[in-house]
Design a protein around this ligand. Structure first.
Ligand SMILES: Nc1ncnc2c1ncn2[C@@H]1O[C@H](COP(=O)(O)OS(=O)(=O)O)[C@@H](OP(=O)(O)O)[C@H]1O
Length: 574
């Protein structure tokens, strides 16, 4: 028998409201609406499907205060994290949000109505108090506190929900189970004791070992229940992680473990979050839950000290275990013993026995540089998934961004660089030359500062997309303004390498080299706002390389760029 839901009844609002679905849909289409944020969307999905039972809506003020102050809903039931629908003053006015009004809640991706909220109250939360009591400190180094102060709007709307439809998913659909579906699945498999493992990271051999140990000790089956909603900023994306989990699943004995994805928006709330995670798992029918050292920890505060002690989460869960109603299995750290080729609990390692480990930082270094990742640490199938998503530098994309006056020689160097890079077989090479960008991308733009800024921003956008896809991208605009170049750098750097190459040919030399006589025409006033004449060129102070074509040949310039790329590992084998 699957575990009893928190509060006794699984609040699957889809099932509850199925009969009136047609009328709810029709009503939702005519109601004022609120477009959900990504976090609210995750929260809504788990309210509607019963993952957050006993909640049937977003917290009203009474429940909110009670959860913040006492970790309980107003009726006394344990609930540790406030689930709120935050809105701005403008949204309140625009949608006329007030008690007893009905509001349609829309999916931010396609504006489909997902639920109807019957408003109970609108209140202004004390965000600093919430930060201190729920997350332990009013310190914006905590991601949930930063969210509260910088992203969450000023007011909360409390009220109950009626389900219109579930948010659509297009990724890993067959691995997503609602609590009702998971309970039915356990029934089909005849699983009665199930240990759930929560994770927001890739899983390796040690995780397989510790989960199997937990199952063995409790004579239970295993549910790998990773979070695919919102996790800690900087985490490995969920697409890669799910591919990792899928590669890992065949490593469990047949029939021992199942994978289900949880669309949860984590808060990184440590102890309170651990209790919340346990309640969510209970709602999914699970009987046992693994709680780790520093469970859902946000890392260090602004003073460089950990927000929570390593065992605070386990202690809080332990304190409320009878109310939580799920058996907590403390996460047993395991470590590899090379002499016996096995994983053993870290606290049971006999004195003098050598153990090995690879830290997260070391793993990232090995992925970045292409260094081997040993089989004792992870399965080749898992490593291959990680390598696909984290190719070494010599397979990552980069952009070489030239800047310089007209006829400075940048176009010739850019073309020669393109040819030189084409010799490498590892990447496709794209050149965005002015003659193409000015006709294809920016044909309606002139040469005012704002038009030039737009032109550079568009090229940066295209370069960034190409770089993300792994291409070697060369752009060669004049790009006379430092601010636009800096913005381009920021845009492109998110996707891969960025090199600013300043072709510093003096104006007189450019005029001499200008075969088409464009400078002459500009001097005669036939072309206005010409860079170097009656429009400025701001000399870069942050170029990665400066080239003076009066002193270097094109081929020497290209070689210098190649040397720079090689030094950073973008060219040549690692
Ligand atoms: N007013 C004015 N100022 C500068 N350049 C002008 C102007 N009008 C036309 N051209 C021709 O357009 C080419 C420069 O376009 P860019 O897209 O590189 O300019 S910018 O980066 O947006 O400033 C540049 O050619 P290349 O230097 O050969 O690319 C110029 O010949």
């Amino acid at each position: 028998m699957a575990n009893t839901p928190h509060g006794g009844v699984l609040k699957d609002l889809y099932l509850r409201d199925a009969e009136k679905n047609e009328s709810l849909r029709a009503e939702a289409a005519a109601l004022p609406s609120v477009i959900l944020t990504d976090r609210q969307l995750c929260d809504l999905e788990l309210i509607l499907n019963g993952g957050f039972s006993p909640l049937e809506g977003f917290l009203n003020q009474k429940d909110y205060n009670s959860v913040v102050e006492n970790m309980r809903l107003a009726d006394g039931l344990l609930w540790t994290i406030p689930i709120t629908l935050d809105v701005s003053k403008e949204q309140i006015e625009e949608s006329k949000i007030e008690p007893s009004k009905r509001i349609a809640l829309l999916d931010p991706r396609d504006y489909e109505p997902l639920a109807i909220l019957t408003v109970e109250d609108v209140y202004k939360p004390d965000k600093s108090k919430e930060a201190k009591l729920v997350y332990g400190a009013d310190d914006s180094a905590h991601p949930a506190v930063s969210y509260l102060h910088h992203i969450a709007k000023e007011f909360n709307v409390g009220g109950s929900l009626e389900a219109v439809q579930s948010p659509s998913h297009y990724d890993y659909v067959s691995n997503r189970y609602t609590p009702t579906e998971l309970r039915a699945h356990f029934k089909k498999l005849q699983w009665t004791r199930v240990v759930a493992f929560q994770t927001r990271n890739p899983m390796h051999r040690a995780h397989r070992e510790l989960t199997v140990r937990a199952a063995r000790q409790r004579k239970a089956h295993l549910l790998i229940h990773p979070v695919v909603g919102l996790t800690k900023p900087g985490d490995i994306d969920h697409y890669t992680r799910v591919r990792v989990y899928k590669a890992l699943m065949p490593k469990y004995p047949n029939g021992m473990a199942e994978l289900s994805l949880l669309p949860l928006a984590m808060r990184m709330g440590g102890p309170r979050e651990a209790v919340w995670h346990a309640l969510i798992r209970k709602n999914h029918g699970v009987t046992h839950f693994i709680v780790g050292r520093d469970h859902a920890g946000p890392g260090k505060n602004s003073q460089g000290v950990d927000f929570y002690g390593p065992y605070e989460a386990q202690d809080l869960v332990e304190k409320y275990k009878s109310e939580i109603g799920i058996e907590i299995v403390p996460f047993q750290m395991v470590t590899y013993s090379p002499d016996t080729d096995e994983y053993i609990p870290a606290d049971e390692v006999p004195e003098g026995v050598k153990t090995l480990n690879i830290s997260g930082t070391e793993l990232r270094r090995r992925l970045k540089t292409g260094l081997p990742i040993p089989e004792w640490f992870s399965y080749p199938e898992v490593v291959s998934v990680l390598r696909q998503s984290h190719p070494p530098r010599n397979r990552q994309g980069f952009t070489v961004f030239f800047t310089g006056l007209h006829a400075s020689g940048k176009n010739a160097i850019a073309r020669a660089l393109q040819v030189s890079l084409n010799q490498e077989s590892t990447r496709s090479v794209s050149l965005l030359a002015s003659e193409n960008t000015r006709t294809e991308l920016s044909s309606e733009l002139g040469f005012s500062r704002s038009d030039r800024d737009t032109n550079i921003a568009r090229q940066a956008f295209v370069a960034s997309e190409l770089t993300r896809a792994g291409a070697a991208t060369i752009v060669a605009p004049i790009a006379p303004y430092a601010e636009a170049r800096d913005k381009a750098k920021k845009t492109i750097e998110k996707s891969g390498g960025f090199y600013l190459v300043y072709v510093a040919t003096p104006l007189e030399e450019c005029i001499k080299r200008d075969r088409d006589g464009i400078y002459e025409r500009a001097k005669r006033g036939e072309i206005k706002e010409f860079t170097g004449l009656d429009a400025p060129y701001e000399v870069p102070i942050n170029a990665d390389l400066t080239i003076d074509i009066t002193k270097q040949s094109v081929s020497q310039a290209v070689h210098e760029i190649i040397l720079l790329l090689e030094k950073d590992g973008y060219i040549g084998s690692a």
